[in-house]
Design a protein around this ligand. Structure first.
Ligand SMILES: NC(=O)c1ccc[n+]([C@@H]2O[C@H](COP(=O)([O-])OP(=O)(O)OC[C@H]3O[C@@H](n4cnc5c(N)ncnc54)[C@H](O)[C@@H]3O)[C@@H](O)[C@H]2O)c1
Length: 329
């Protein structure tokens, strides 16, 4: 099998993480083909740091680099245009979560992929976290019986929305963080969300000019009598020992699983105290996408699931505004 070349679209945190991971040889046989960003300085800096070429526009980048696949890591609401352009040129695409922030965009993207007949997946990274992989294996093996209840949280220290994510005022903790939990529930139990009730609070981030929710709570009613309670909070203190506070409980008719996302292996006391995972799953995730794009493995996170999570999140945000239970479809 020859070397695979990936075009990186969006040279921010995630684009940079992927391009650097490839430049460091962490996915054997896969290298960056080029970097595209509307911010020319960012594209150039990342291209120089990873030994590839910088571009300001996708069409030119695809024509000149002829990549095997593209990775799109633009902000949440800006995935549709790059994805449609890339699949329209016949290139398989891995796009960051959430697939889209409107149902119209999500369905149009799923349709564009079907029309183009190319392989496309959403980068729901937690589907490759070994703790969630093992939980899904236990569910699929029937060890938990019929899943009836989820209780999950994905929270971040306040410096994340205040300092690292510079478009945090244009999204919410639900779109950015809770979306992962809603995808995990869909992936693990394959139950469709019917309705959602959500509450959220504002004030702390708004006081720093960031017009979004400080936290969001949601209760989701799934088909077959299952439900889930989910939390996403963006105002944890910066003294928190992990970059995120992640946990999920799954209860079924015959068993239960508890995933503690904080304690994944190593307590590192160096310049500061940190709890870190010894294994990172982004390389495996990318390798699985490339295998599936070649028809050598099953598609693991397709656009139809991505659109399903978007439908739930759109209803969830309607509920935040209306104060009522909102139907998902
Ligand atoms: N899977 C995960 O675990 C995970 C974690 C963090 C973020 N994300 C997702 O990754 C995506 C990117 O987040 P980020 O933190 O890297 O954002 P970021 O702001 O750091 O980077 C986004 C980059 O995209 C560029 N950009 C915007 N529009 C563009 C366009 N049309 N063409 C090319 N470049 C364009 C911006 O100039 C910027 O450099 C988001 O959807 C986010 O939710 C996923």
């Amino acid at each position: 099998m020859g070397e695979k070349r990936i075009l990186v679209v969006g040279a921010g945190s995630m684009g940079s993480a992927l391009a650097r991971m490839l430049a460091e040889g962490r996915v054997p046989g896969v290298v960056p083909a080029g970097v595209v960003d509307i911010d020319g300085t960012r594209a150039l800096e990342l291209a120089n740091a990873t030994g590839s070429r910088a571009f300001g526009e996708i069409g030119t980048a695809v024509r000149e680099t002829r990549p095997d696949a593209a990775y799109v890591a633009t902000p949440d609401a800006l995935h549709r245009e790059p994805v449609e352009q890339i699949v329209g040129m016949g290139v398989p695409v891995l796009v960051e979560k959430p697939l889209a922030t409107t149902v119209e965009d999500a369905e149009a993207m799923a349709e564009a992929v079907r029309r183009a007949g190319v392989h496309a997946e959403v980068n729901w990274l937690l589907r490759w976290n070994p703790a969630f992989v093992e939980t899904k294996r236990a569910i699929d093996a029937g060890e938990l019986g019929d899943v009836r209840l989820f209780n999950g949280r994905l929270n971040h220290p306040v410096s994340s929305p205040r300092e690292r994510l510079h478009w945090s005022g244009g999204t919410t903790p639900a779109w950015f963080s809770m979306s992962h939990l809603l995808d995990l529930a869909l992936w693990m139990a394959r139950k469709r969300a019917q309705g959602v009730y959500a509450l959220g609070g504002r004030g702390e981030l708004a006081g720093h000019g960031i017009e979004t929710y400080d936290w969001v709570h949601a209760v989701v009613r799934y088909a077959d009598g299952a439900d889930g309670m989910f939390e996403a909070c963006w105002i944890l203190p910066d003294s928190w020992p992990t970059a995120s506070d992640l946990g999920l409980r799954v209860v079924g008719t015959r068993g239960a699983a508890e995933i503690d996302g904080a304690h994944q292996g190593v307590a590192l006391a160096a310049d500061r105290f940190r709890l870190v995972a010894p294994v990172h799953w982004f390389p495996q995730r990318l390798a699985a996408f490339l295998r599936a794009a070649e028809g050598l493995g099953p598609p693991a996170a397709g656009f139809d699931d991505g659109a399903e999570v978007t439908r739930l999140l759109v209803a969830l945000h309607r509920s935040l505004e209306s104060g009522q239970v909102e139907r998902v479809r």
